[in-house]
Write a protein that binds this ligand. Structure first.
Ligand code: CO
Length: 214
C-alpha cells in the first residue's frame, strides 16, 4: 500500500481521538440526526474543500460538488441533493461557490477535446454564450478567465433560482437565500459576488422561467 493510503487511514484514527478528546459526545450527538443550515454547491477541485474554508463542523454543511460548480437543470444528482436539502433538511442558505483559475472554466474557453467531459464542459460554454460581451471586454487572458469564472457562478445562481424546487420553496414562503461566492486559490479568501436572492421579487431574469403554482 502506498504511503499516502496508509497515512489517511492513520489520520482517521487520530481525528477520532482528537474529536473525542474535545467532546466525548461528538459522534453520539451526530449519529441519528443532521440539521445543516447550508447547502454548498462547489467545484470538485481538491483545493476548495467546502467545510475547511468556512470553518464548518460535521453536521453543518450539506455538500454537492462537480466540475465547475454547475447547476444543470436536468442533472438528477444535483436535483436530488437540492430537493433533499430544501424540502427535508430545510436549509436556510445555498451557496454556489466557484474559484478563480478553475480548470473546467478554462477548458470551456478553449476548443480542445478532452473526451466525455466535453459534454459537461458544454454547459459551461453556455455560460460563456450568455455573458460573452462582459467576458470579452476583459483586458487579458487571465482577467478573461477570472471574469468568466465569476459570470459562470452568477449564471449558476440564476439556474438555481429557476429550478422548480427553489421556486416552490419561495412560493411557500420558506426561508431560503441563495448566494454566489468565488474563492481565491492564491489568498484562501472568498468574495461574495452580490447575487443573493431570497425571493422571486429580487430577481431580474427572463419571465419565461417563472413558474406559477396552484
Ligand atoms: Co474548478
Amino acid at each position: 500500500m502506498s504511503d499516502f493510503y496508509s497515512k489517511i487511514i492513520e489520520n482517521n484514527k487520530k481525528w477520532v481521538e482528537t474529536q473525542l478528546a474535545l467532546d466525548p459526545d461528538f459522534f453520539n450527538r451526530l449519529k441519528d440526526v443532521q440539521n445543516p443550515p447550508l447547502l454548498w454547491i462547489g467545484c470538485s477541485d481538491s483545493r476548495v474543500p467546502a467545510n475547511q474554508i468556512i470553518g464548518a463542523k460535521p453536521g453543518e454543511v450539506f455538500v454537492h460538488r462537480n466540475i465547475a460548480n454547475m447547476v444543470v437543470h436536468s442533472d438528477m444528482n444535483m436535483l436530488s441533493v437540492l430537493d433533499y436539502s430544501v424540502n427535508i433538511l430545510k436549509v436556510k442558505h445555498i451557496i454556489v461557490c466557484g474559484h478563480y483559475g478553475c480548470g473546467g472554466v478554462k477548458a470551456a474557453m478553449g476548443k480542445s477535446s478532452f473526451g466525455v467531459i466535453d459534454n459537461w464542459i458544454r454547459h459551461i460554454k453556455d455560460s460563456y454564450k450568455f455573458h460573452k460581451t462582459e467576458i470579452e471586454n476583459c483586458a487579458n487572458e487571465k482577467d478573461k478567465l477570472n471574469c468568466f469564472v465569476e459570470w459562470n457562478i452568477k449564471q449558476q445562481v440564476l439556474n438555481l433560482a429557476s429550478t422548480s424546487i427553489v421556486q416552490q420553496a419561495w412560493h411557500n414562503k420558506q426561508e431560503l437565500s441563495i448566494h454566489g461566492w468565488v474563492y481565491g486559490l492564491e489568498t484562501g479568501l472568498v468574495k461574495d459576488l452580490d447575487v443573493s436572492f431570497s425571493s422571486h421579487s429580487d430577481l431580474k431574469y427572463s419571465d419565461v422561467y417563472k413558474l406559477e403554482f396552484e
